[in-house]
Design a binder for this molecule. Structure first.
Ligand code: MSP
Length: 655
């Protein structure tokens, strides 16, 4: 087992308020920290703010504030957001704090004294927004190679860190430590960068040009370059040169989480700085991708930022955290759209997870007066019980591996697969039918198994959705709502006889109202709040188009509409739009071919209770027999299945 876990986020600039990109790294670090705590690994999680440099000075000037006022005002936005998002950092470092400045100055003095930092005349190009110097050949069509914006010609005396002399050492180090920079494609990017000669790094700014920074201890006319100052936070916060025991305990760091745009500073500047200081390297630097909106990086400059505070208010903190972790394959870019948010929310959280809890607690309420029933002694000898337990245990293994391999999205995906398997287990066992038998033992085993497997799935998702999963565990009668890994591996943690309570809808479905929907000749308002009907400005026109024949009731009564449970779903080979479903209409099993493959994946369908036309003549569709038809609502290229509200047996008449 690991002896400790130390995780960091980048420290965020206080020139502006946080957006989803910042929230992502911090939530990711929080989830990793919480998983390690669940594994009983001593954990330290650091975040903070980067408060010096030109960006902050400029923002302050624009707002008519001093840089310190700007920092004091903006840091609160980050701190409030982290509190709102349930972030459990152990420390929050601000680079304007004395504890940090002292360490930066000690490091500078030492490096200067040992000749690792020297003074020289500089003549080159400077990018103000990136705060980086470039040589003529670095420029791309005369502009900054990183951001593409114009650069300024600068000639001045400055101080330089002898970074160049570490080039070969760094190349060798990266080659010898394959996990040092992750994912592999980012490692290759850094190796590519190091194929060019590595220049020394300018680490000073003359106060005449920029006074907002940490003063160089050997020349009061200069302040320290903001990146040299900022990177040091990772060691100043854990006691470097101030608390030897703490530093020894936590350094080297287990993983620096960063965005891909700050790869060079973290995988070239920082390792060479540490090497010059004689300190060990972090175990891993992991660069994640970007959140994109409309195909480009979400950023203040692009004007396409999504406000995380607002999203957490609207959809709930845990749903927001879940979306961030589940939607972005770690390392790659992902798109942030309201559509994808609502789709994932409804499919994974409202349908799969929320409904499952409600089904279990309702049935235990109804059939066992709200007390968890006892399973058969050898419950796991039952083939369905064994299958569902094995699936849930496989999710425990996948999740554990996904944490060490930095593929969290896969672990979370496995937990949702486990939730689906529990739903499927209930469909197969049909507890509502078992309840009609005199012998209540099979019903008791079924409901206990469902509750016990849900306990494990909720434990797995706890680090991602701590509040909601604690509510699930409380509902299942658990008093200790902080799970531990050994409990997730054990059968029989829930105790028969404990009260089980309904906690109401865990994730009420979200209805998304399309922007620009024409209603009564005017635009409808855009809203997507849980369980809020579409906002309509004008009363809608009659929904019966002209020329449609009206039926009397006798005609309608000929239609046999029934509820049906989808048991299996699979694609029909050679037909992109068709799915072959097996459904249970009461006791009867039927095969239905439905043209819904563009709207639902097979996994989304299993376990759903839908409405079918049960007295249609069987027909062959693409050579496959279809014994009925599903009802669905469709408009334009959208389609949603007609389902029934809440827990309901299959085979019921719909009228
Ligand atoms: N202050 C520096 C980091 C110093 S660390 C010693 C900085 N700050 S930042 O506020 O500009 O950005 C912080 C992080 O947010 C970076 O990792 C960056 O990649 C990330 N993101 C900014 N926009 C982003 C997206 N649209 N998507 C995902 N993350 C992105 O850089």
């Amino acid at each position: 087992m690991q002896n400790k876990f130390y995780v960091t986020t980048p420290i965020y600039y206080v020139n502006d308020q946080p957006h989803v990109g910042h929230a992502y790294t911090t939530v990711l670090a929080d989830v990793l920290a919480r998983y390690h705590r669940l594994l009983d690994v001593p954990t330290f999680f650091l975040t903070g703010t980067d408060e010096h440099g030109q960006k902050v000075a400029k923002a302050a000037a624009a707002a008519g504030l001093t840089p310190q006022q700007q920092a004091d005002r903006t840091v609160v936005r980050f701190q409030e957001l982290w509190q709102k998002l349930g972030i459990t950092h152990d420390d929050f470092i601000r680079t304007t704090e004395e504890r940090h400045k002292v360490v930066v100055q000690k490091i500078l003095a030492d490096l200067f004294q040992r000749g690792e930092i020297y003074r020289a005349e500089y003549d080159g190009w400077y990018c103000v927004p990136c705060e980086r110097f470039f040589t003529e050949k670095d420029l791309v069509t005369g502009n900054c190679p990183d951001c593409g914006r114009p650069v300024e010609k600068i000639k001045e005396a400055n101080y330089f860190f002898r970074m160049g002399k570490y080039q070969q050492w760094l190349l060798d180090y990266i080659q010898a430590h394959p996990k040092f920079i992750q994912p592999d494609y980012r490692r290759n990017e850094t190796l590519g960068f190091l194929r060019q000669p590595l220049n020394d790094l300018c680490i000073s700014r003359p106060k005449s040009r920029l006074a907002w920074g940490i003063e160089l201890p050997f020349d009061a006319d200069y302040v320290c370059y903001v990146w040299f100052d900022a990177l040091v936070n990772y060691i100043s916060a854990v006691g470097y040169l101030s608390d030897e025991a703490a530093f020894k305990k936590w350094w080297p760091c287990s993983v620096h989480l960063i965005g891909k745009d700050i790869l060079t500073t973290h995988t070239v500047y920082w390792p060479t700085m540490l090497q010059a200081m004689g300190l060990p390297q972090p175990e891993m630097i992991f660069a994640h991708g970007w959140w994109l909106t409309s195909g480009s990086k979400m950023s203040k400059t692009a004007g396409n930022v999504v406000d995380p505070m607002e999203l957490a208010e609207r959809f709930g903190v845990d749903a927001f955290r879940y979306f961030l972790i589940a939607e972005m394959a770690m390392g790659q870019d992902a798109s942030f759209t309201e559509d994808s948010f609502v789709r994932r929310f409804n499919a994974d959280l409202a349908n799969d997870l929320g409904n499952l809890l409600n089904r279990i607690t309702n049935m235990i309420g109804r059939y066992f007066a709200g007390q968890l029933p006892a399973p058969a002694e050898n419950a796991l000898a039952g083939p369905e019980e064994k299958t569902v337990w094995d699936t849930v245990q496989a999710a425990v293994t996948t999740l554990e591996r996904s944490v060490t391999e930095m593929r969290l999205h896969e672990g979370v995906g496995a937990a949702i697969v486990a939730v689906k398997a529990i739903n499927r287990y209930l469909e197969l066992k049909q507890p509502w039918t078992l309840a009609k038998q005199a012998d209540k033992a099979p019903l008791a085993t079924t409901l206990f198994t469902a509750a016990e497997t849900l306990r494990v799935a909720a434990g797995l998702l706890f680090p991602v959705m701590p509040e909601k999963m604690a509510a699930v565990l409380r509902s299942l009668g658990q008093t200790n709502t902080t799970p531990k890994l050994d409990e997730l591996r054990a059968w029989g943690v829930l105790k028969p006889g404990t009260p089980v309570q309904d906690c109401g809808p865990l994730f009420p479905r979200v209805e998304k109202v399309e922007e620009k929907t024409e209603v009564g000749g005017q635009k409808a308002e855009v809203s997507s709040k849980p369980q809020v009907p579409p906002a309509v400005i004008n009363p809608p026109p009659s929904t019966i188009p002209q020329g449609v024949e009206l039926l009397d009731y006798a005609h309608f009564a000929k239609l046999e509409l029934r509820t049906a449970q989808i048991v299996t779903a699979a694609k029909v080979e050679g037909a992109d739009k068709l799915l072959k479903l097996e459904v249970l209409v009461g006791e009867e099993r039927r095969q239905i071919v439905a043209g819904i493959a563009l709207h639902y994946t097979p996994e989304q369908l299993v376990g759903k209770t839908v409405v079918v036309v049960a007295n249609l003549k069987p027909a062959k569709i693409r050579g496959v027999e279809s014994q009925g038809m599903l009802l669905a609502a469709s408009q334009g290229d959208k389609l949603v299945l007609v389902t029934v509200d809440g827990e309901f047996p299959s085979g019921a008449k719909v009228k």
